[in-house]
Design a protein around this ligand. Structure first.
Ligand SMILES: C[S@@+](CC[C@H](N)C(=O)[O-])C[C@H]1O[C@@H](n2cnc3c(N)ncnc32)[C@H](O)[C@@H]1O
Length: 838
């Protein structure tokens, strides 16, 4: 979130040009929102809730075209204390770089013409002078999805709207672009600077690839006058920015961040809410001193942060990597570039790469001065045939002010935005060998494929991304290849020149053959000196013993552990392959259909005392060893408050494949479990995982009459939570043995945090005494949600407040800035609460 805030700042920075809102817009010309800062309190004071309130109850939310997303996130403060309205902002790409002020206003206004019934109101627009995107602020977050859909599909024939020169526009939520760069359901550090589905601060999902999404995203939006090939150190800087620090230094910097940007911000935000009430009282909108500032907020360390618990593995810890497919730039000046910037190959050298160089058969897109792509005709290419590989080669180069490059189809990371090309994962210290081995296979396949990578600017081409997930404990590996339709993508030319239908199936077969012909090849890595030479042993006194619950912590040196993890003696093989066709302009949701092509339909992972099945669309923590530590902390926090586990029910919100809840059941700290997750594949896995680990699921139990201990619900938490809570409160959950449970809640949302309705439901239900919030965005959305949970009661957020009682960072993403936080909230006692009421 810090990086997200920085990215957002770069948008709002000096170089940006605020565009006066067209007359049909509301708001001002500076991009300031007119709806004021005090929505929450003002609405309360007026005794009515505006649309931003998210509705008083779920039926309201449901009533909104089935979308419960009209939340109140508009009232978020940035880490720097400013209001952040990012959740109402959309970035529309492919705007002409040098469009005139008035023309832009006209263009923006034209998007809404004929679509008045959609009730979209644009409050402000901002476009940096030399970039090809515009940031649009809508008056309510509930309009965001409709607006995005309108831009992406509201043009002729259901295609994207056009930019005035016939190029399709595409729109994305601003908070995805700057926080995750992708699907906001996911969590984490994507590590690759690319938009990602599963966003976990690890570089692939939320840092899905274990990298620094934020830096890269920032770079993507900066106009880069000069393109050059980054050195391996620079790639590491972009994706794993803490790599030069010792591990104690990394932990130290994360600790400071947690104190300054998480703990202090929460206190500041809660105090801010009291101030709003004070102002309202002065205006006569509320009884004077109806609630007084809590004492704990005035303590020196109002929220004490424990020392971060280190990741058991500091190197090569990722179990999932996501590669973008595009073009890498290869310097023409090869003789002088004997550094490590070219893809190391499994056969050990540049030669194969050189042999395999080719450019596209039908042309190359090259960015012209005005930011529009010029199509270079195939005739202009000097096509030759490579005698070794019999592939078409071209001498056409992309030139910049002082360098010339060839473009070679490749899979890897965008370390400096699309224009900078693809970089292989080999130099990145958080990437395990198997992931680079898979990248090598793709980097052998793609240059020899008759089908080109997808061009995300023109929306043409086919190969899009590769997701690889591997369990080193079960030695299973799944590959998911995302591709546009073989007919050539949303921006395919009408003349059929982008249609690859004839060769697509054969290419799929060839790729599957390459992926499965043997064990994943051992790559030639490109590590800096001292890799794995880390003898650090953490002093975690005062913190919970990481693996006391699961007993899974491996002993041995870092080198041994990594060696052990990478040991490919038995030969890790690809055990499962999926293809996923996607014609959209951003990324598919977890529920988007997949095509099973090869092997098993899922992979299995062992974690603690459980075994979990993971399907393609399901989230799973990307650092397995780190997840065990994380879960053991949760188990300990629950154990502290459960004297009778059999009567304790765990509410696992955003449960994924059921990992947290099932671990707690297995550890015997709770007797029953209700899990909620929006992703159907994850819930399908969770139900199977319950059975696989010896527990009964409510769905089946209802038919068979078996007493059950688990129930998993596939739904957005904001839609179903009030109903689930009502169920639990009115005598237990259908099909479950526990009828009067003590309830403990664990929430583990994606980077965008909890929906307002979920926060409100948890807060209003005083049966929940302890709430454990697991956050992959502790300096962002956790601070917002914590303030809602702990602030003074309002109409929107009624109920006795929670109080943060323990804050335990867990480092799941070494070398990146990301850190997971387990924050424990306990309900304020009645006696204490009464003290503050006037
Ligand atoms: C960080 S993952 C945590 C998953 C799980 N607790 C674990 O440790 O593996 C976040 C999860 O939130 C889910 N999610 C995202 N938005 C949601 C929503 N609105 N309602 C319920 N679940 C949601 C995602 O599908 C994902 O599984």
């Amino acid at each position: 979130m810090i990086a997200a805030a920085e990215s957002a700042k770069s948008l709002d920075g000096e170089g940006d040009m605020a565009i006066a809102a067209a007359s049909s817009f509301v708001g001002d010309a500076n991009g300031n929102d007119n709806d004021g800062d005090d929505d929450d309190a003002e609405n309360d004071a007026n005794g009515k809730m505006g649309a931003e309130d998210g509705g008083d109850d779920v039926s309201n939310a449901k009533g909104q075209s089935g979308d419960a997303c009209n939340n109140n996130y508009n009232n978020d403060y940035n880490a720097d204390g400013r209001f952040d309205h990012t959740s109402r902002k959309v970035v529309v790409h492919n705007i002409l770089k040098y469009i005139r002020h008035k023309e832009l206003q006209k263009l923006v206004a034209s998007w809404l013409v004929g679509h008045e019934s959609k009730n979209i109101k644009i409050v402000a627009t901002k476009k940096p002078p030399k970039d090809n995107w515009v940031k649009v602020t809508l008056s309510e977050e509930s309009m965001v999805n409709t607006f995005i859909e309108l831009i992406n599909t509201g043009g002729e024939g259901g295609k994207a709207m056009l930019n005035g020169r016939g190029k399709p526009l595409f729109a994305k939520r601003a908070d995805e672009m700057f926080v995750n760069g992708g699907d906001r359901r996911e969590c984490g550090d994507s590590g690759d600077g690319q938009k990602r589905k599963e966003r976990h601060p690890d570089g692939n999902d939320g840092g899905e690839n274990g990298g620094e999404r934020d830096t890269r995203n920032t770079k993507r939006f900066k106009s880069s006058p000069e393109i050059r090939i980054l050195s391996s150190d620079e790639v590491r800087d972009a994706i794993t920015p803490l790599w030069k620090m010792t591990y104690p230094q990394q932990l130290d910097s994360k600790m400071k961040e947690m104190v300054n940007k998480c703990a202090k911000t929460i206190v500041k935000e809660i105090k801010g809410k009291f101030k709003i009430l004070e102002r309202e009282a002065k205006r006569g909108q509320r009884n004077k001193n109806s609630i007084q500032l809590y004492d704990w907020l005035n303590q020196l360390r109002a929220i004490e942060i424990d020392q971060p618990i280190p990741s058991p593995l500091k190197y090569e810890y990722r179990n999932k990597c996501e590669f973008t497919i595009g073009y890498r730039l290869v310097s023409d000046d090869r003789g002088e570039r004997e550094d490590n910037t070219l893809i190391p190959t499994t056969t050990g050298g540049e030669k194969d790469t050189v042999d395999a160089e080719l450019t596209m058969r039908d042309g190359v897109t090259k960015e012209g001065d005005d930011g529009e792509d010029e199509k270079v005709a195939a005739d202009d290419l000097n096509i030759t045939t490579n005698p070794h590989t019999s592939i078409a080669m071209s001498s056409l180069s992309t030139s910049t002010s002082n360098a010339e490059f060839r473009k070679v189809p490749a899979a890897g990371f965008l370390a400096q935005g699309w224009n900078g090309g693809i970089y292989p994962p080999h130099p990145l210290q958080n990437m395990p060998d198997w992931s680079c081995g898979i990248a090598d296979i793709f980097n052998e396949f793609l240059p020899t494929s008759s089908i080109p990578p997808y061009d995300s600017k023109a929306h043409r081409g086919v190969w899009r991304t590769v997701t690889v997930r591997c369990s080193l404990r079960t030695r299973e590996c799944m590959v998911i290849v995302l591709h546009a339709p073989a007919t050539g993508g949303a921006g395919a030319r009408d003349d059929g020149s982008d249609d690859y239908t004839r060769t697509f199936d054969a290419e799929k077969v060839r790729l599957v053959g390459m992926l499965t012909k043997g064990a994943i090849p051992t790559p030639k890595r490109d590590f800096p000196e001292g890799h794995c030479n880390d003898t650090y042993t953490a002093d975690i006194s005062g913190a919970a013993t990481p693996s006391s619950a699961t007993g899974m912590n491996k002993s041995g040196s870092e080198e041994e552990k990594v060696e052990d993890n990478n040991n490919n003696d038995g030969g890790i093989r690809v055990t499962s392959i999926y293809f996923q066709e996607y014609d959209g302009l951003s990324l598919p949701t977890p529920d988007h259909p997949v095509q099973h092509i090869y092997g098993k339909k899922y992979i299995e992972e062992k974690l603690g005392k459980c075994t979990f099945q993971i399907s393609p669309g399901a989230f799973f923590q990307t650092n397995t060893d780190g997840a065990e530590v994380l879960y053991s902390i949760i188990v300990e926090r629950i154990r502290e408050v459960t004297s009778d586990p059999q009567r304790t029910l765990l509410l696992d919100v955003c449960c994924g494949t059921g990992t947290i809840g099932l671990t707690c059941l297995k550890e015997g700290v709770v007797g029953a479990l209700v899990g909620v997750d929006i992703a159907e594949p994850a819930i399908a896995d969770a139900r199977i995982n319950a059975k696989r680990n010896g527990f009964h699921d409510a769905e089946k139990a209802e038919e068979s009459g078996v007493v059950t201990t688990t129930r998993f619900v596939a739904s957005a938490a904001e839609k179903v939570m009030p109903e689930v809570m009502r169920d639990i409160s009115s005598g237990g959950v259908r099909g479950m043995s526990t009828t009067t449970p003590v309830i403990v809640a664990v929430v583990d949302p994606a980077r965008d945090g909890l929906h307002g309705i979920v926060v409100r439901t948890l807060r209003a239900n005083e049966k929940i005494q302890r709430l454990i919030y697991v956050s992959c965005n502790p300096v962002g959305t956790l601070t917002r949600d914590a303030a809602m949970l702990c602030g003074p009661p309002t109409k929107k957020y009624p109920g006795r407040p929670f109080k943060p009682t323990r804050s335990q960072p867990v480092d799941m993403f070494p070398m990146t800035k990301h850190c997971e936080m387990v924050m424990t909230f306990d309900r304020m006692s009645k006696e204490e609460y009464e003290k503050y009421q006037a």
